[in-house]
Design a protein around this ligand. Structure first.
Ligand code: ADP
Length: 255
């Protein structure tokens, strides 16, 4: 089957008055539909730059991007973006925050509202529909942000450190929770994280980047022999430590 996303020999540099900052060199990888891929690498190596290129916010200087087999400029692929901060507006209720993307894209209809209601119910936020975001816990806020993204039915979800603003304990449960939701919804996702445990517990493959300018040092397929493959059960499985050590070793070798 054709990959949903294909990158070939992507290069990118920022040009400022101070000079050139090379951010990415020769990045090539692809993602299959339904796959959950994590991207790890040292801080400042170019991870967010890569997501910006995939989302079309930045144009690669060299290289090729294909989405569902089409050049990215001709692609109509719907890309959802989830960031570290949930960007929920306090002056809107949870429900109207969730409808925001639909409103902006002129997609509000009885059908899309029904979809929003269905997701609110499915992900346990129905009774908070009329609450203000500040009345929700950190985890619930991230769920609301995810629903706002999912209601747009993205073909590809880009997640840029979406849990890193949460405290450690919340982060563990919210990361597992959101990861599970994305899997159950059979979404294709690319997660940027600096948390190796998060990467191993959520991903089918982990792409390891070098220091800036980033290139791929290794791609590690992650498979667990679990009857039920959940992030929490992965964390307790014997293979977990091995994957963690492989990725940790690779990152340190690049330092
Ligand atoms: P990461 O997400 O891995 O932390 P980024 O992709 O944000 O890294 O940044 C990669 C490099 O590009 C960094 O050295 C950063 O300082 C530089 N950079 C990012 N954005 C800009 C910009 N708008 N102008 C110039 N340099 C930038």
């Amino acid at each position: 089957m054709e990959p949903i996303l294909e990158l070939k020999n992507i290069n990118y540099a920022y040009h400022t008055l101070e000079g050139e900052t090379k951010a990415l060199t020769d990045i090539s990888f692809s993602i299959a539909a339904g796959e959950f891929v994590a991207l790890v690498g040292p801080s400042g190596c170019g991870k967010s730059t890569l997501l910006s290129i995939i989302s079309g916010l930045l144009e690669p200087e060299e290289g090729l991007i294909k989405m569902n087999g089409k050049d990215w400029k001709e692609s109509t692929m719907n890309i959802g973006y989830m960031l570290q901060h949930d960007h929920l507006f306090e002056w809107r209720t949870v429900y109207s925050n969730i409808l925001l993307g639909l409103e902006i894209q002129h997609m509000l209809s009885a059908k899309t509202r029904a979809k929003a209601n269905e997701l609110l119910e499915l992900y346990g936020l129905k009774q908070f529909a009329n609450s203000k975001p500040s009345e929700l816990s950190g985890g619930m806020r991230q769920r609301a942000a995810l629903i706002r993204t999912l209601v747009l039915e993205p073909d590809l979800l880009l997640l840029d450190e979406p849990f890193s603003a949460l405290d450690y304990q919340t982060r563990l449960s919210v990361g597992d929770d959101i990861g599970q939701i994305i899997r159950n919804a059979h979404k294709t996702a690319l997660l940027v994280t600096h948390d190796l445990s998060e990467a191993v517990s959520l991903a089918d493959r982990v792409i390891i980047l070098t220091n800036r300018p980033a290139h791929i040092s290794k791609i590690v397929p992650v498979t667990f022999t679990l009857e039920k493959d959940t992030p929490l059960l992965r964390r307790n499985a014997p293979e977990f430590k091995n994957y963690f050590n492989i990725i940790w070793g690779e990152l340190n070798q690049n330092e």
